[in-house]
Write a protein that binds this ligand. Sequence first.
Ligand SMILES: C[S@@+](CC[C@H](N)C(=O)[O-])C[C@H]1O[C@@H](n2cnc3c(N)ncnc32)[C@H](O)[C@@H]1O
Length: 318
Amino acid sequence: MFYTNCNHISVLLDEAIQALNINSTGVYIDGTFGVGGHSKLILSRLAKQGRLLAIDRDWISVKIGEFIAKQDSRFTMIHNVFSKMNKYVENMGLIGAVDGILLDLGMSTLQLNDYSRGFSFMRDGLLDMRMDVSSGQSASEWLSKASLENIAWVLKTFGEERFSKNIAKAIVAERRYKPFTSAIALSKLICDTIPYRNMHKHPATKSFLAIRMYINDELKEIIRVLNDALVMLSPKGRLVVISFNSLEDRLVKYFIREHSCVVSVPSKLPLTNYQIFSKYKNECQLKNMGKLTPSKQEIKRNVRARSAILRYAEKLIL
Ligand SMILES: C[S@@+](CC[C@H](N)C(=O)[O-])C[C@H]1O[C@@H](n2cnc3c(N)ncnc32)[C@H](O)[C@@H]1O
């Protein structure tokens, strides 16, 4: 079956499962099922009474998950974006009772290696870039009508591309002759437009990342799910997030910081720890457990892991 042939190597696999601190009878959510690498390891740690809810917006991942769900009653597979997980958690009566939420952001190798979906700037395919091909607009549709300013903004904001305006101008000029439907045509246009200095990084890397993040609304997805996680998690429940770029990681880092405060009382302040903690109770809902990065051996085995950062936090007992 294609499940075993997709070559996806799960990043920070053991570290993520350790960070979840699995209780064998607990309820867990894998918000980014992919090909199920993390999910399978979570299932192996669960007893009969344990439950795992997995979500993915990609239909191919959902098919893989449904195959597992048929054989394992502890496992449920859902097709949706992870920002909607609270809806399912609420329907199942599990608000405040989830023991761990895992997010392994970005793309699976299954998606990256399927050139027909347009994620790659190295091989040709239809310029689609949607993780869920059944909803939203494709990259090609967006590029055919977006304003020059909007394209430049996306490239700058999500790709931190210095030459965003030059690239946007070139796209708008080129699309007058023919619509952008091919990934390699866009990649070539970018190569011809910007100075080619860094031989280690393809000139289209940042633009492709930016367009993908915009088309899939990736940063807003993270902001929404993080806020809901606070409500879904049980006391001592764990939030574990693996990011692959600085924009994603910053969101996770600041979210955890904002909601975990170390309350230390200056000696002369006439307030007890309890009084201060009560005052900041709403902000102080998490204990920051720190961050982990892949070992040299893991990066050697799987180059995709090189930019990964895992951050985790524990819900406090309030
Ligand atoms: C890096 S892969 C996960 C790999 C997985 N942990 C494994 O070991 O097989 C990321 C997956 O998350 C999915 N994904 C990304 N953003 C999503 C979102 N907002 N909602 C649901 N799924 C999402 C992608 O479709 C992809 O399958």
